[in-house]
Ligand binder design. Structure first.
Ligand SMILES: C[S@@+](CC[C@H](N)C(=O)[O-])C[C@H]1O[C@@H](n2cnc3c(N)ncnc32)[C@H](O)[C@@H]1O
Length: 264
């Protein structure tokens, strides 16, 4: 009898130990215990690893920059061979009245399509601060600038809510095809206003809210992608301490406006 009791205790203990071991090895049990789906956990870990400080809004036009394929496609588009047929950089740069010694911030610089054109025009003594939230774009920008011997460019890895520019340090802020990408325009404008020197200007080139053949070709839905057009931008920017200085209409699908710091 005593032997039977001991045997039953041993069997019960062994069964309990086996159950505990199975639960520890079974991910489904882990998931139930944590009450968190494993798939979501893995996805958020992936974004935290690569872009630790950037909140990713899935509806943002920036969302595609958070996958290798999306970045690859975007980098080809920024540098496409026939961009000048619609971008007309030379006329844009002429209107910027660049001078040697200036500090120019190219905010949302991407791969540096404009950075590389501005840099020689502000020599000697000038510097372009190339600002972007995507480190891979800035690495590509540095490589491209280096290949053609440009040395007066500094890159700044910024945040969705701040251009990370030093206060009172910049003569001109240049923003090309990027304003509609700002997920948080208000703090971006505050940071850019603070970064301007007295008399400093901010130039914005961007898409009008209307269909255009480039978006059609690339399969982009212009209505959801181009979140704001010229009038919305002018209203928003002038509400944040800037004054409208110039407005140009030589671009077919884009607007081009220059602001200056308002009084006070
Ligand atoms: C369509 S690309 C334009 C790139 C470049 N300016 C050009 O004309 O080729 C938009 C760029 O804005 C950047 N961007 C988006 N939000 C930003 C923010 N809040 N601050 C700085 N860059 C931002 C993106 O990473 C991307 O490089």
């Amino acid at each position: 009898m005593r032997f039977m009791k001991s045997l039953m205790v041993i069997l019960a203990t062994t069964a309990l130990a086996l159950c505990l071991a199975c639960a520890a090895a079974d991910p489904a049990s882990d998931e139930a215990a944590n009450d968190e789906p494993a798939g979501d956990e893995a996805a958020s870990d992936a974004s935290v690893e690569t872009h630790a400080t950037i909140p990713v809004d899935p509806d943002s036009p920036n969302a595609r920059y958070f996958t290798p394929d999306g970045r690859e496609a975007a980098m080809s588009a920024f540098e496409e061979d026939d961009r000048e047929t619609w971008q007309h950089s030379e006329e844009i740069l002429a209107a910027l009245a660049l001078e040697p010694g200036m500090t120019v911030a190219d905010v949302g610089a991407g791969t540096g399509y404009f950075t590389r054109q501005i840099a020689p025009l502000i020599e000697p003594g000038g510097v372009v601060l190339a600002v972007d939230i995507i480190p891979e774009f800035l690495e590509d920008l540095e490589r491209r600038a280096g290949e053609i011997g440009i040395t007066n460019v500094e890159t700044i890895l910024s945040r969705a809510d701040s251009p990370m520019l030093p206060e009172g340090s910049v003569d001109l802020i240049f923003i090309s095809d990027t304003y509609h990408h700002f997920d948080q325009p208000a703090p971006m404008l505050e940071g850019m206003l603070a970064a301007l020197r007295p008399g400093g200007r901010m130039a914005i080139v961007d898409w009008e809210r209307m269909p255009n053949p480039l978006f059609e070709r690339d399969g982009l839905d212009w209505e959801s992608h181009i979140r704001i057009g010229s009038q919305g931008v002018i209203d928003q920017v002038t509400e944040h301490g800037f004054r409208l200085l110039e407005q140009y209409d030589f671009l077919e699908w884009q607007y081009f406006v220059i602001f200056e710091r308002g009084e006070g």
